[in-house]
Design a protein around this ligand. Structure first.
Ligand SMILES: [Zn+2]
Ligand SMILES: [Zn+2]
Length: 258
């Protein structure tokens, strides 16, 4: 059994053929998919999709660092009211992205801290996106006393030193198709050393299709290629990777147990 812990099913590349995307995922052994929100509209779409595919699709609510500048008091209030109504299993994706910097560093930090506070207030795990922002992400998590929060560093692409720092704060690490890309050697070394009880796998579809599907539209069924690469790197069976990653995901996102 596989869980794709991070996909964007509301994106048009996937939503236009969602029934078939889900069918192909099931055939590939993917039993559950977390559809991650990147803004208000996409979070509500993810929730709608989770209702269309109960027991298969689960939704999170969040504001991506790219859109951090759109956060104002009204949006904060709306996020809280959606969370009071329920139907979400996590907060995010949130975090910091200094590679693209579509929002200022200050706005990104404010939106990140707001979503960390939601994670604590509503006792939901947080999905963290961090790109070229490792030290600042760690600084914020430490200052927010992240040991009280739980969550995952999604689409991890750093080295073992950074991975270890997140593990020490109690976070899970999620690996995407980037681990199959030719230049990702430091990342592959980190995969080898990551403890078995602390990782999951994800597609981040429709982006980042893994080798051998690179360049195509990514979709949840391709999570098997990421599992295969983790198995190869760790020198363990494919089934063992599936078992650990699913078990770990269910330990963090409790509703996945149902
Ligand atoms: Zn992301
Ligand atoms: Zn994402």
């Amino acid at each position: 059994m596989l869980i794709d812990t991070h996909a964007h099913l509301d994106f048009p590349e996937l939503s236009k053929d969602l029934g078939q995307v889900i069918e192909r995922a099931k055939k590939a052994g993917v039993e559950k998919i977390i559809s991650v929100g990147i803004d208000e509209t996409s979070s509500l779409s993810a929730q709608r999709i989770s209702k269309e595919f109960p027991g298969i699709v689960y939704a999170t609510i969040g504001l991506h660092p790219h859109d951090a500048k759109s956060l104002d008091n009204d949006l904060m209030d709306r996020f809280k009211s959606y969370l009071r109504q329920g139907g979400f299993i996590g907060i995010g994706e949130t975090g910091l992205d200094f590679a693209k910097a579509y929002s200022s560093k200050l706005d990104q930090e404010e939106a990140f801290r707001f979503q960390l506070s939601l994670s604590k207030e509503f006792a939901l795990p947080v999905v963290i996106h961090t790109r070229e922002a490792g030290p600042d992400t760690l600084r914020i998590l430490k200052s927010e006393d992240a040991k009280g929060a739980t969550g995952v560093i999604h689409c991890f692409s750093g080295d073992y030193e950074l991975l270890k720092a997140f593990l020490d704060l109690g976070f899970y690490i999620s690996f995407s198709g980037i681990i199959t890309f030719p230049r990702a050697q430091a990342l592959r070394d980190a995969v080898k050393k990551c403890p078995l009880d602390r990782f999951f796998i994800e597609t981040d579809s429709p982006f980042l299709a893994p080798v051998p599907k690179r360049g195509k539209t990514n979709e949840p069924s391709y999570v098997k290629y990421i599992a295969k690469e983790v198995a190869r790197l760790k020198g363990i069976d494919f089934e063992e990777v599936c078992r650990w990653s699913s078990e770990n995901a269910r330990a963090l996102f409790k509703p996945l147990k149902d």
